[in-house]
Design a protein around this ligand. Structure first.
Ligand code: SAM
Length: 511
């Protein structure tokens, strides 16, 4: 029995099936009431003593019994994050009667004796409230044996993609594989119009609810297979967090998880669609596990086909050992024996599919606006082990550099990233080693640099270094490497800092 069948059987209809346009106003009140109780990323972190993304089933009992109190925020956390029943009086300390009524009507809340319980989780990301399905072993899902239509939780991949995507103003954004709608809803702030597409009808209902809960009116969600519902349309930005886990033979299918035997079934189709769906100059940021990284640039080139019209940036977070990757995916198993068995089947399936290495990361495809015949580029850049803070302006800098470089960068100068620091270590034999570190910038991975690079770094800190002088000199490869890692960027020599230039504004202390 799927989750939708379960809700229909036990509650008369599937969750959110009763949504009507006039629910928007009451849902706006629900949002305000939750915020008034302190139900946001910072409030929950402070009270629970852990970031929201780290709240998972193993922490529920501990938080419920040993950390949370009797205040309204504690009651809201128990109801919407910990799968606990909460007495109606405690719920009334943070939700009005009208809000409780609408949440009952939409199948979010259910009465259980004199208490209320929630069939969904509500997570907070980037100032948004996002409904997702509860955990895999929710005590409320007695009799559910097919979790295929489960709407995915907010994971590090979800948050990371929202942070990697540049947030400059665009007209049209497409969110492929929208799930809860997180990408589309974050993008609704910098896009005139957003369309989210998901194959799972339950996910489409969750995303529509989330748009209404957050008072967002410029995002629509449709059911369909990838580009199907938007055929013939072009978008400035296409975001995607597709299912990318390698399938384990014999396991039931999950919409949000299964990416075919090699994990790349949907990824390959999405990248291959870039030519049709991206407007000239458009960007396609994707989050995915990166399998067999060394062969990835070649595969991306094959998927893109007309390689010359694209530039691609691959951001690599961290490598995972195959056993550890499989063990993470087996975490849902109810017993240790089943967990070990599932992980073993997954390791075998990965081996069978020829997967030799796994990294977490992102692929950003840019369709060139200039239509020039210069060969396409695929650059691979290491970033922080888990991107959780905005790096979109760095991603934009990467593509801007390619364009400035192409036109010779006549007036451009190198600028240091103000978040990067040089650490010098004196060795006992008198030699020195140099390392660039940027603990506050998730784009910049720690980087050991040569003495020549150190000299360039210090020269750039002291005064404007012209790109046209560096080009063609012995320093060019060193400078390119620092630019590629986000430690240096090109800027206009005489230009006043512009508001959208993160680096310039950081240097002026406004960010
Ligand atoms: C990994 S989840 C991503 C959810 C959300 N975008 C996020 O970032 O958290 C993948 C989503 O892709 C959807 N999906 C799977 N196959 C699809 C297809 N062929 N076309 C559209 N959506 C699909 C699943 O239903 C699921 O909601």
């Amino acid at each position: 029995m799927t989750l939708d069948r379960f809700s229909e059987r036990h509650h008369g209809r599937a969750v959110f099936a009763a949504m009507e346009p006039d629910h928007r106003a009451v849902l706006g009140a629900v949002r305000e009431e939750l915020f008034a109780a302190g139900y946001d990323e910072d409030g929950i972190h402070a009270l629970a003593g852990m970031p929201l993304l780290e709240i998972h089933p193993a922490t529920f009992h501990y938080l419920d019994r040993h950390v949370l109190g009797t205040d309204p925020l504690s009651a809201a956390i128990r109801l919407f994050l910990l799968d606990r029943t909460v007495d109606e009086q405690s719920v009334s300390s943070f939700l009005s009667e009208a809000s409780v009524e609408v949440l009952l009507e939409l199948g979010v809340l259910a009465r259980s004796g004199g208490d209320l319980r929630s069939q969904i989780h509500i997570t907070c990301v980037d100032g948004l409230l996002l409904a997702t399905d509860t955990g895999r072993y929710s005590q409320w899902w007695d009799g559910v044996d097919d979790l295929g239509d489960r709407v995915m939780y907010i994971g590090y991949d979800s948050v990371g993609l929202a942070q990697v995507a540049p947030r400059d103003r665009v007209a049209r954004t497409l969110d492929l594989c929208s799930g809860s709608g997180i990408q589309a809803l974050v993008a609704s702030r910098y896009s005139d119009e957003v369309v989210g597409v998901d194959l799972n009808p339950r996910a489409v209902r969750f995303a529509r609810f989330n748009a209404a809960l957050n008072g967002i009116e410029n995002a629509t969600f449709v059911r369909g297979d990838l580009f199907g519902p938007v055929e013939g349309r072009e978008f400035d930005r296409v975001l995607s967090n597709p299912p990318f886990a390698p399938e384990v033979p014999g396991e039931s299918h999950l919409y949000y998880r299964d990416g075919g035997p090699d994990g790349e079934r949907l990824l390959a189709r999405i990248v291959a669609g870039a030519g049709q769906v991206l407007a000239p100059g458009g960007l396609m940021p994707i989050t995915t596990d990166l399998f067999n990284l060394s062969g990835l640039p070649r595969r991306i080139g094959e998927w893109l086909g007309a390689k010359g019209a694209f530039d691609v940036l691959v951001l690599v977070e961290r490598e995972l050992a195959a056993w550890s990757y499989a063990d993470t995916h087996a975490a849902h198993a109810p017993t240790a024996v089943e967990r070990t068995a599932y992980a073993a089947r997954m390791v075998d399936a990965m081996d069978e599919a020829g997967i030799e290495s796994v990294h977490t990361g992102y692929i950003v495809v840019r369709k060139r606006a200039d239509g020039s015949s210069r060969p396409g580029t695929v650059e691979t850049v290491p970033v922080a082990p888990a991107v959780t803070r905005p790096v979109g302006s760095r991603v934009a800098d990467h593509f801007r550099f390619l364009d400035r470089d192409l036109d010779g960068g006549a007036d451009a100068v190198l600028r240091t990233n103000p978040k990067v620091r040089l650490v010098t270590t004196a060795l006992p034999d008198g030699r020195r080693t140099y390392r660039l570190v940027a603990p506050d910038d998730d784009y910049v991975a720690d980087m050991d640099i040569s003495d020549l690079a150190r000299k360039l770094w210090e020269a750039t800190l002291a005064s404007d270094v012209r790109w046209s002088v560096i080009r063609g000199s012995a320093l060019e490869p060193v400078a390119r490497d620092l630019v590629r890692h986000g430690a240096l960027a090109l800027a206009d020599q005489r230009a006043e800092p512009t508001p959208e230039s993160t680096w310039s504004s950081q240097m002026n202390g406004t960010k």
